[in-house]
Design a protein. Sequence first.
Length: 212
Amino acid sequence: MKVVDLSHAIHPGMPVYPGTESPRFFDVCTIETDGFAEKRMTLFSHTGTHMDGPAHIISGGTTLDQLSPDRFYGKACVMDVRGAAGRTIDSAQIQPCEDLRGEVDFILLRSGWADLWNDAAYFHDYPVLTPHAANRLCALGLKGLGVDMISVDREGSLDFAIHHILLDSNILIIENLTNLNLLPPALFTFWCFPLKIENGEGSPVRAVAGFD
């Protein structure tokens, strides 16, 4: 099986959602001084390639630690949306997904925005689903939706409409994926396990894909 890493590395100075603090690492113990190495890390729960659970947006929503581990992997496909007109992903573009009803657990939207990682342009003008398209995806019984962008909502959104549509339907959201260009057109296996943080509304994930 070939395995492709779909995750960005977490490090100080990495791109983070505007207004969020960058991760900070401290070498608390070193091999030279203590005989072993250990870091203290300070980072937000939605840093890097990460997962949003329902509790991220919904008051009293399910937290990631309350979900069974089988929610975090399954069959997946990648949907190329690089041609999204007006930076809007409409129902016509997600039509091929509907042909996979019952066969796929995760849909990953490849916008090409991961190519702008480490560029200020990454945070602006990325494509997003229309509410109608998001609702149609919800009807497919998915475990999750992944994107190679900073968010599923437009920059500056105050109502987080697309987050609400997806999370209200218990569809997990995986943001800041990368390397989607390396995935096959056929179905593959997708894993995206979060840390088991008590009452965790979100968590960094090591997202990977496997295929023959």
